[in-house]
Design a protein around this ligand. Structure first.
Ligand code: TRP
Ligand code: SF4
Length: 352
């Protein structure tokens, strides 16, 4: 194993999200809540960012929402409990080294690796209204590899949907390291490990997986009346047609929400009441809304404490810190790739 590139004693963690707009409960449970936990364990040096250039790979024709969405996502990060005093929170486009490393990694990344990425063809077909036959879209995984490797992290906490991308990042790093060596033969871009986020099944209001593209989400910012309203229309166990029909929480999307958000006591009441037709779905959904609001209210309260100028300042400051760390890696990369004139002088002088 290669030595870590810096002397910091804590293992480093890095992850990010595309700024798709306000985050929903699926984003929270599938990623953000886990990041907050990692941060608060105090064992890791944490970097979390907003991948605004990645949003351009699909939205290049209309970039107008990317900056406002980035601010919303940062507010959701802060509301969830990411803390600029404990984590480096930054914006990808404010750290130009992401582009530099992506360009350099692109030189040695075989086209076949990119064409084989499972999401590549899928997304081209699913987003058929957009022309995704672009260089940038194909190169998405190279940019992502650059985002990661630039910080030489030990772990990348992601959900299962991103696992293939991190695996490819490891291959890109391996190939780089086989071509170029750092000082004292050290690996310049160590291969990070995936830290798989346990993601509980989180259904949207229509019972399918909660996803922005299905329009079935509960937003982290939804106020209580909206949460209650959305739950009222949420699908339930289809076997429970009348109030007198018994139901089965294990076959009900509302039951799945209870499993994620409710206390064991509430769960017990749900199982008992549903199976015996002792409670109605309206009452059950009210309890689910209570449980959701216990999680969401503190997030919304914290979110409301930040003004827009403060959020911008947090991002600018975090990006400065990220920039300094990224530049450290890039110095090693440029040396290893012999892109510095000093390598010429040393070689000319018969140097080591
Ligand atoms: N691809 C990720 C997503 O769609 C976002 C992302 C970009 C990312 N670069 C990253 C995640 C680096 C982790 C590490 O959500
Ligand atoms: Fe679902 Fe609750 Fe209705 Fe049972 S009582 S079917 S768990 S909503």
């Amino acid at each position: 194993m290669a030595e870590p590139a810096t002397s910091s004693s804590r293992p480093r963690v890095l992850s990010g999200m595309r700024p798709t707009g306000k985050l929903h409960l699926g984003n929270y449970m599938g990623a953000l809540a886990n990041w907050v936990k990692l941060q608060n364990q105090n064992q890791y040096e944490c970097y979390f960012f907003i991948a605004d250039w990645h949003a351009l790979t699909t939205d290049y024709a209309d970039p107008s929402q990317i900056a406002p969405n980035s601010l919303e996502v940062m507010l959701d990060y802060l509301g969830a409990g990411l803390d600029p005093a404990r984590s480096v929170l930054f914006l990808q486009s404010r750290v130009l080294q992401h582009a530099e490393l992506a360009l350099l990694l692109g030189m040695s990344t075989p086209l076949g690796w990119l064409e084989r990425v499972p999401t590549y063809k899928d997304m081209q077909e699913n987003l058929s209204t957009k022309d995704l036959t672009t260089y940038g879209f194909l190169g998405y995984p190279v940019l992502m590899a650059s985002d990661i490797l630039l910080y030489q992290p030990d772990f990348v906490p992601v959900g299962q949907d991103q696992q293939a991308h991190v695996e490819l990042t490891r291959e890109i790093a391996r190939r780089f390291n086989s071509h170029y060596k750092g000082a004292a033969e050290r690996e310049v871009l160590p291969e990070p490990k995936v830290l798989l986020t346990p993601s509980p099944k989180l259904p949207g209001t229509d019972g399918r997986k909660m996803s922005k593209s299905y329009g079935n989400t509960i937003q982290m910012t939804d106020p209580e009346p909206v949460v209650r309203q959305k739950l009222k229309t949420m699908v339930t166990d289809p076997a429970r047609i009348r109030r007198s029909d018994p139901g089965e929480p294990d076959k009900c999307p509302v039951g799945d929400l209870h499993k994620v958000f409710s206390t064991p006591e509430t769960m017990a009441k749900v199982y008992e009441g549903c199976r015996s037709a002792g409670i109605g779905c309206i009452e059950c959904k009210g309890w689910a809304a209570d449980s959701l609001m216990k999680v969401l209210q503190p997030i919304q309260d914290r979110r409301a404490q930040f003004t827009q100028p403060q959020v911008i300042e947090i991002l600018e400051d975090g990006s400065r810190r990220a920039h300094a760390r990224a530049e450290q890696t890039m110095c090693e990369v440029r040396q290893a790739m012999q892109l510095t004139l000093s390598t010429v002088r040393e070689a000319g002088a018969g140097g080591q």
